[in-house]
Design a protein around this ligand. Structure first.
Ligand code: UDP
Length: 325
């Protein structure tokens, strides 16, 4: 049985679907503070909070858990700057509860959702695993702390982990069964799609004076189904007795905010309003992953790297989601 902590959320729900498709048995642990019960369409469900260690003990008692995938975390960078306590408590302290109960039950395999935000402002791109990790906000800091804690736990207790550092996760399940639904939404693609649906007046471009081709920020957009494959490959590696490791996950090519908007206009067929505004604090001009290591060691092969496919999958889901609002 594979435990997916935070499996009712965006990325966790896609991995849950893929694991079930490949024959794994899963159980989802989620507080539903951010996750959606309707996203748990496969496996068992157990509502609980990582802040309450007895909840975690409860699920480990009920199910024969062999390995854990941990997605549960707050993810808003701006909020983490304003309220770091919320981030350190949930993303670090509550995560320690999970590790404690894993060790109590002798479960020593975990895939941890990390982030490109652990690198901070890039010193060079594409960013490989050797790039210094100097986060510039509490969100990235908290994720890096957990990576370091995992390294210590491996040395001391033999807890084997794979930390996967996502660049810009995006897109939705190609069958349209699940997708991205954050509240509040702060990510570029869903916000653009809201503008296309007329749910917001415009899409704001945060900064047009960056040192990039068209002055807007460049990001590495990686489809959530590709991320799902990387998780399963990482899980297999640990199940086969593999050592702990960290991988950067992205497509290795960047798109600017203006390029994303242009493709979204084509995909949706809507000429929504675009407004240029000031830069958003803390946005590096360019973030691109070097995922050679994941390709070589995990044999990861991302498939959905073209923007049109990514945005079309998100659009299919987004239209459907808003129909039922
Ligand atoms: N962005 C934007 N307008 C928005 C939201 C995001 O111009 O309404 C830009 C943001 O400045 C960044 C890129 O889009 O350069 C991706 O932002 P997102 O929040 O999706 O992901 P992040 O890169 O912050 O993880």
């Amino acid at each position: 049985m594979i435990l997916i902590v935070g499996g009712a959320g965006y990325i966790g729900s896609h991995i849950n679907k893929e694991l079930n498709k490949q024959g794994y048995k899963t159980v989802i642990f989620d507080s539903l503070v951010k996750g959606h019960k309707e996203a748990v369409k496969w496996g068992d469900f157990f509502q609980g909070d990582l802040g309450n260690i007895e909840d975690i003990r409860g699920i480990f008692k009920k199910y024969p858990i062999e390995a854990v995938l941990h997605f549960a975390a707050f993810i808003e960078v701006g909020e983490s700057v304003k309220d770091p306590q919320k981030y350190y408590q949930n993303n670090v302290k509550n995560t320690l509860n999970l590790f404690q109960v894993m060790l109590e039950n002798d479960v020593k395999k975990i895939i941890f959702s990390s982030t490109a935000a652990t690198f901070g402002n890039p010193q060079y791109v594409p960013i490989d695993e050797k790039h210094p990790q100097m986060p510039i906000n509490p969100y990235g800091q908290a994720k890096l702390m957990v990576e370091k804690i995992l390294a210590d736990y491996d040395l001391a207790y033999g807890l084997k982990y794979v930390a996967l550092r996502y660049f810009n996760a995006c897109g939705a399940d190609l069958d349209g069964e699940i997708g991205e639904n954050h509240n509040p939404e702060s990510h570029l693609i869903p916000l653009i799609l809201d503008a296309a649906l007329g749910k917001r007046e415009d899409i704001k471009i945060f900064g047009t004076d960056y040192p990039t081709v068209d002055g807007t920020c460049i990001r590495d957009y990686v489809h959530v189904n590709d991320l799902a494959q990387a998780h399963i490959l990482a899980l297999k590696k640990l199940m086969d007795g593999g050592e702990s490791d960290c991988f950067n996950l992205g497509n290795g090519s960047g798109f600017s905010v203006k390029q994303v908007i242009e493709v979204a206009k084509k995909v949706t067929g809507v000429d929504f309003k675009v407004t240029e505004v000031e830069r958003r604090a803390g946005d590096p001009p360019e973030l691109i992953a070097d995922s050679k290591k994941a390709r070589e060691i995990l044999k990861w092969e991302p498939k959905y790297f073209d923007l049109k496919t990514i945005i079309s999958s998100a659009w299919n889901w987004h239209k459907q989601l808003n129909k039922s609002d």
